[in-house]
Write a new protein. Sequence first.
Length: 600
Amino acid sequence: MNFINKINKYLIERFPTIWNTKIVWILLICLPIHGLFFLIGYFSHTNPQTFHYGYTASDYFNSGMILVHIIISLLMITGWLVAMFKNNAFKNFYPVSRTQLFGQFLCYFIIIFCSVSFYFSYMFGFKLFITKEYPDDLMIKNVAIINKANAFLSTDYQPYQLSQRKYPQIFEELHCETNSDYIDYSKNHYAIRNEVYQFYSLYQKAVTQKNEYNEFLYPEEEQKKNIDFVRYQVRNDTCFYFYRKEVVDVSEYVKNAELSYYNFSRPFYTLSSGTSSNRYDSYYYNETYYPPQNDAQLNQQIIELLDRNNPEEIKQILDDFLNISKQLKIKTNLNTNDWFKIVYHPDNFEVKQFIYNNFNFDLNPSYYPYDAEAVVEAATANASDAVIAEETVSRNSTYYFFKNNHTNYFYETGTLKNTLLNIDSMKNYDFISQNIHIYLWMSFILSALIFSFRVTNLRTVIFTGITTGVLSLLVGLISLMYSLSVSSYNVEYFTSYFILALGFVILSIPIFMPKSGSKLFRGILINMSILGFVPYVFLILGIITMHQKDACTEIYNYSDCFILLDWLDIIPTSWILLTTGFIFLLIYTSVIKKWRALPE
């Protein structure tokens, strides 16, 4: 106790604002609590199974941690307020300068921010664990193994179709047509079961013009000839449409159209993207989000691996994959030898057996195989000829081949994908910039409220709340009357300008007419100014933006318009408003001092 008393005596004599706000003691209490949350974050995901489901970056809010956080924050802030309110410099006529008054607000802000920001300590611990346990070099190595081994994890038949071939380079430049309406059966093509493949060279048309809806125009010549594109690609401000040109013979590279590991080209996961590469669209891709060169690179690696035809090398890849799966605790009943037997058909490495991607496959037989009768029924309902519908799901289709050639093995591919996604996204997750503004604004609002109570009194703060409610009701009623009696089209402008004028009056009276009305009346206006100045500035920005948007309605290319809030974006706007709030309070302390010095 002597030590505490000595520190308090030292602070009150030299730093009265720091002593008055109790900031030293509250920060000393916050420090070990932040340390505790850091440790909880570090050890919370030591079990890889925590990455299997959901989005682990939001576990803090989905688990009981947020409730513990709230309870601790409430207890700390309540205890601090009780200790601080024992002394009030104004009530004891202690001389307070403008700087000290603003310093009190800053202390409130720092104290509240430290008392409510335990989330960041937790996330720092969590991210440190991810960085140490799953370093970049290990993740790169593991994902490379997973992408290779996934080629042999035949949980579906589509990735092994001839249309998925991307290597050699010629397959990247060609289009594989699978629609029988566009197949020229007189030229080189491949048929297997009920499917047909034909490769076409392509020509492209570049378009830069857009319509009034900001959409790229269709090439005029192709539109006149009613020629369908096979895909399109957007690069910056240009759209490239690709069309069939002529049939190309690829028999030099392709023996037949059977399902084959040679055709596999889909990476299971791409690091640092934060998303798994499980989406595929043969008609459209955007190079920014789906780089097709990854497909060709993987396809080349698989083809070169199969061409070497080294059983031990293939076994090693499968074994490494299963070891990674064991470390990540992914459910499977695969073993290296049995999996190798499923894969190894060295004639053309055809896919002859399939693996379930869910360990509950035996409990849900309708998942795999598919309900063929339901498919026939649905196809018949939408076809003019029932024979066509029957043909669609005939027993000679790849569909049925896939259905009838499943093994009793399973591997939870979805769990592995979610695990990689959670680890990778957490390594790249900027949790500070994503969440800091929530805690900053929470601290600013609570600090402003406490500051208002501190410089006035409870009676004034209560009347401020009542007055604000009455004015809000008044604004709502007047806006409603204007909408019903005058115009409902520009009621937003009327309401905005009415609030703008009302706010100007509230701000002006304490500054320019400091002796108007009672001290309570002016105290209410001062509290409303302290709490309402930032929303008032945002209202001004909103009015400017409304006028700019209306001015752009006659401009076809809306993207050429300068819209203030759109240009600033959310994060810069938040920083501007927060800075404005601090500057306003620094300047406004002189008004508060003058008001406080007036007689009751």
